[in-house]
Design a protein around this ligand. Sequence first.
Ligand code: NAD
Length: 362
Amino acid sequence: MDKMKVCVLEGDGIGPEIVGQALKVLDTVCKARSISLETDHALIGGAAIDAVGEPLPQDTINRCKQADAVLLGAVGGPKWDDVPSHLRPEKGLLGIRKALGLFCNLRPAAIFPALKEASPLRPEIVEGGVDLVVVRELTGDVYFGEHTRTEQNGVTVGQDIMSYSVPEIERIAHKAFHLARKRHKRVTSVDKANVLETSRVWRETVSRIGDEYPDVKLNHMYVDNAAMQLVRNPGQFDVLVTGNLFGDILSDESSMISGSIGMLASASLGEGSMGLYEPIHGSAPDIAGQGLANPLATILSVAMMLRSSFGLNHEADLVEKAVSQALDEGRTADIQADGLPVLSTEQMGDLVAEKVKALLEA
Ligand code: NAD
């Protein structure tokens, strides 16, 4: 690879600060590998509302479509809390995923050895290490079925239709098995097949697709059991694949295992190599502009981008390793530890970039 084009959506609050550090790390990787990095900055969220009156201008969609990957900071803040709901900054997030055809959300939950104490789980539960990814389907399920409210014999009834088609399940299953091949070759498919027909179609389809990946071990788990196992023995999981509703809940639950919101990255992927990469946290308006934000979730999102959109698996591994090394030398305020200096957003970005450079040159 000799060229990389990334559309950058800084967004609001701490967005510009954290994205700046992530780009510093990406630039370090590109320079070391003689890749020409082209970045294009576009507006989203509150910043777009202020500039052009809507959270996702068509110009932003066009620019994202012309890029190989999108890096997003975060959107929202009190300034836009009272705008009409169709104009809220968060509409920009849903809109851009839809416009780019992104149907697969990846959320890794890993515990960096240096941050073991931050996990709300007991030390003996996370002792053996946790390194899992939740693969959540994003465009189907009960969220996108018909929503109705009717009056039946004087009683108000709400109804939401849950459905999944075989092709929708096939494409997310392929994503999960592909990912597992690059990891520890285990997929757990989560459903509620003892009750829901949607889940029985899900289970049959994932099993059939699983036959195409004989090198990957597949097991099925009911969602209630999965919710329990995530806090009982999270080390058993590698890739968890599930539908939109169960994935919404399980990905938040698994995020909590690491205990530090400033550390959690995510990716939204479509059919090709295009992906949108962002931290899972919000725009943190309470600390914006003060140099207090932890940029590591956004830097780890760049690692996901290197792996998923550009196939640079080794470089992605090194960025993660650099983050791990940096945590031993300094911390941002949200994860500060006795005996380690407290670093600003920029100092943390510099430290990781320096570590990445050294690892790439080693
Ligand atoms: P938040 O994630 O922005 O902040 C929650 C808490 O975590 C705050 O105390 C914040 O200071 C801290 N925090 C978050 N990220 C941090 C980081 N990188 N480093 C250090 N501390 C960090 O959630 P919130 O306060 O509920 O929401 C604030 C705004 O963000 C709202 O407008 C909300 O709608 C929006 N939001 C956006 C996204 C997104 O863009 N994907 C996600 C969640 C919330």
